[in-house]
Design a protein around this ligand. Sequence first.
Ligand code: NDP
Length: 396
Amino acid sequence: MSKVLIIGAGGVGTVVAQKIAADPVFTEVMLASRTKSKCDAVAAAIGGDRVQTAQVDADSVPQLCELMRSFRPDLVVNVALPYQDLTIMDACLECGANYLDTANYEPRDEAHFEYSWQWAYQDRFREKGLTAILGCGFDPGVTAIFTAYAAKHHFDEIHYLDIVDCNAGNHGMAFATNFNPEINIREVTQKGRYYEDGRWVVTEPHEIHRSLNYPGIGERESYVIYHEELESLVKNYPTIRRARFWMTFGEEYLTHLRVIQNIGMARIDPIMYNGVEIVPIQFLKAVLPDPKSLGANYHGQTSIGCRIRGVKDGRERTYYIYNNCDHEKAYAETGTQAVSFTTGVPAALGASMWAKGLWRGAGVFNVEEFDPDPFLAELGRQGLPWVERFDIDLEV
Ligand code: NDP
């Protein structure tokens, strides 16, 4: 029985609040964010006074601590932005709360993704006997849990790991991002990076691409980009020789992205405009569609999974484990599109794993370090069923 504080009331926070509110392992639930009215709207839709709400600036450790000292959460679920990871972890340490997030820390002034900042909290969480669970969305999150499941049940050694992420949905807009536009554009415009033979290979953005066949969807052009779970997976599975992350993009999306970059709207450094300092990408976020608003007209599916090659009992084998999620179904259940749904469901389920004592430990953990079995046993029932295929052509 646990008290949980959810921070962030965007698309992902909306799904997390709904799923956590429906889980009886949580005795009390609070949703806090920068804009309290958004929390109130989510809580009202859930109803029954199940979810309390509060305003908090998660960039401020004193504000977070004030809230945490009055509510006294056992666990804090961070679904605000990656910029807030470290302040929320600091507040958890100060107030004795456990921690879970879905995206690794990013400094505001540098589009740079690595776990080092959060792994540096290892000793402090261990000394306090607290658990910090990093990257418990879909990717990172379920993709790492799929890999852990493959390693536990189907392979003696994993040699090649290709994580494939396809969004074949259509929202009818000329250009929109599926989660926070600022974070999304920073992620997809950076250089590509993958792991091979003990080193990281850097490519130009979207340099490596090929058409891949996604189940129930068909062929989609897929691009190698850097994604944060690669860093923890190659550390936790040292037999991996090559690890890559592929994401699909449509021609239209890439054209818009190129224009946005070429005209300077993807810049993350402040500029002066009419005597006011603005950051172009933050201004762009203000004029782009809110990802939360895309759901109503979104059709089609996402398909995200792991294509793995390795050995079992001395024999080479291939394995593909994936989930397909339908945008319309996600919207009918939660009022959000599939990208918020596929992130929010695993975050709420990871919180439940912690609350039930199934995922515990003193220190900082990536999700693949916990037992994947109880998580995957429940994932389908929560709306994200998964499929396994053995000894097939992986294409990659
Ligand atoms: P949104 O922008 O929709 O929501 C973010 C929320 O955080 C908003 O409610 C925002 O408040 C709030 N927030 C921002 N800054 C602060 C602050 N300083 N203090 C308090 N609250 C703050 O983003 P999403 O819901 O799309 O994404 C949420 C997280 O999920 C992100 O970290 C994203 O990277 C991650 N994610 C992870 C994925 C995965 O598979 N692992 C996939 C997709 C997303 P306000 O409403 O006032 O702006």
